[in-house]
Design a protein around this ligand. Structure first.
Ligand code: NAD
Length: 475
């Protein structure tokens, strides 16, 4: 038998546990640390126990070790982007390979780490008061299938920078790549700072394991990134939760907009990973004056326009009537290429087509549902106020993301106020709101419902105040 590194490690762990060996973290009590493999555990309980033991050691380490752990994750995402992106694509079978790679190689390095932490202070006649940002402990994190490894990696960077350890429960359809990421990150972190299990994952993940994580007493904070059902479950949980829920981002284009930029941006944002992103452009409301010109411009920028009977044919396949007698997005079409959607519409599109699109009414299923596929409905509207009102309605009050193309600052203010969204992108593609081509840091978890916004290390910290009375004032 070949003695792999994992096998040796496993044997050592088993021997240690049979001897009742203890780590400094367990204070000499018989160890409860289960035997895992680079952070991978079969149950929520085992993963939380391991993450708790790891936290007790991690909390004694200097900031420099946190920075090294973060660096390991970023380096692996960049250096192994092609292999990991391919693995995620092969497993999930949704989105675009080039963009899966870009999310790891180009986006993840922009996730904020230890440098984002700070100490705030108030200094005066009465002394010095410091506000420090301290870790919670073990965080339970639920991740979506749409960006299984990128969300996990982005969360891990923020959470480890803040000094926490994590238990992940991935979406079952993206579970293998999530576990592989945890395995690789842990190996590198172990080599860099000698600690294991800073990141753990429940494998295989199920709804039951997610629910066990929600309720586990060892979890100090829940972080949930996903659709309506899991967002509702997290909001109903007794545990404190950071909830990054669904969106249905509308775009408004008015008559002052640069149509070339608007068309290019809409195509780029909606085509990114075949529109899997929660911030991706999902429906467009354009004023009548420029409507036809805008649609022509989209076709010169990678869009292929469908006529109404082709849209009808696609719609019949893209939505299914559920047991509840309501329409639901057909998951088989989620994240598929524009060429695949076009075939359902009955046409072959030129190679390189980024999105398919066409004119629909405001009450069309493609407007009302978060379709997560690269067909974009364009709705003709008489004036910009009406366009903004329809945009608001189509967003369903999620308060997630909205996009505007306009050169009129009063329209910018009006739409910003009315939409009241966590992300509002003006005159650019939606990923610019994540810091990809726009300013600011990156996050794949946009916490709208609970108000934290784009998550950073500070999202995962407790504030602690230290007050020194009557001294430590130096000026
Ligand atoms: P999903 O809701 O099907 O699954 C998300 C995660 O929640 C998975 O790990 C899944 O296993 C788990 N889950 C689902 N229902 C659950 C329940 N009742 N209890 C416990 N766990 C449950 O979503 P998805 O298809 O993986 O991802 C797409 C959705 O996520 C879209 O709605 C998108 O807008 C949203 N999303 C939001 C953000 C954000 O930052 N706000 C980021 C990415 C995705």
């Amino acid at each position: 038998m070949q003695m792999t590194e994992d096998l040796i490690r496993n044997v050592v762990q088993q021997v240690l546990s049979q001897m009742g060996g203890s780590s400094p973290a367990t204070n000499g009590k018989a160890t409860a640390k289960p035997t895992g493999q680079w952070g991978i555990y079969p149950t929520a309980d085992a993963a939380v126990t391991a993450a708790e033991a790891a936290f007790q050691e991690y909390r004694t380490r200097p900031y420099g070790d946190r920075a090294k752990a973060v660096e390991c994750i970023k380096r692996i995402c960049v250096e192994q982007a092609e292999e990991l992106g391919q693995a995620e694509y092969d497993e999930t079978k949704i989105g675009r390979l080039d963009h899966k790679i870009a999310k790891l190689r180009d986006a993840i390095p922009k996730a904020p780490g230890v440098e984002f932490l700070r100490t705030d202070n108030a200094s005066g006649d009465n002394g010095l008061t410091l506000t420090d940002y301290a870790p919670f402990g073990v965080i339970g994190a639920i991740t979506p299938v749409t960006h299984s490894l990128p969300t996990l990696a982005g969360n891990a960077i923020n959470m480890l920078a803040a000094g926490n350890t994590v238990v992940f429960n991935a979406h079952p359809s993206g579970a293998k790549i999530a576990a592989e990421g945890v395995r690789r990150f842990n190996k590198a972190i172990q080599q860099a700072i000698g600690l294991d299990d800073l990141l753990t994952i429940i494998d295989p993940p199920t709804l039951e394991s997610a629910s066990a994580l929600f309720d586990h007493r060892g979890v100090r904070l829940l972080v949930v990134t996903g659709g309506p059902a899991v967002a509702r479950a997290a909001l109903a949980s007794k545990r404190r939760a950071v909830v990054a829920g669904p969106g249905n981002p509308p775009v408004v284009v008015d008559s002052t907009a640069c149509l070339d930029n608007a068309a290019r941006s809409i195509v780029a944002g909606a085509a990114f990973d075949n529109n899997l992103l929660c911030i991706g452009e999902k429906q467009v409301f354009a004023v009548a004056d420029i409507f036809d010109k805008l649609l022509d411009t989209v076709s010169r920028n990678g869009g292929y326009r469908l006529n109404s009977s082709q849209i009808d044919a696609l719609t019949k396949v893209a939505f299914k009537l559920g047991d509840d007698n309501a329409l639901h997005v057909n998951k088989d079409l989620v994240g598929q290429d524009a060429a695949v959607l076009a075939r359902y519409a009955g046409v072959e599109v030129p190679q390189g087509t980024q999105i398919v699109y066409g004119e629909t009414g405001a009450d069309h299923p493609f407007v009302e549902h978060e379709q997560m596929m690269p067909f974009i409905p364009f709705v003709r509207v008489s004036n910009v106020d009406r366009a903004i009102a329809m945009a608001k309605q189509s967003e369903h009050g999620y308060g997630h993301t909205a996009v505007l193309h306009s050169r009129d600052t009063s329209v910018m203010s009006k739409m910003g106020k009315l939409m009241d969204c966590t992300v509002f992108v003006i005159n650019g593609p939606s990923p610019a709101g994540l810091g990809l081509g726009g300013e600011g840091t990156l996050s794949f978890s946009i916490a709208g419902p609970t108000g934290e916004g784009l998550t950073t290390p500070l999202t995962f910290c407790r504030q602690r105040r230290t007050a020194v009375i009557g001294s430590m004032r130096f000026v």
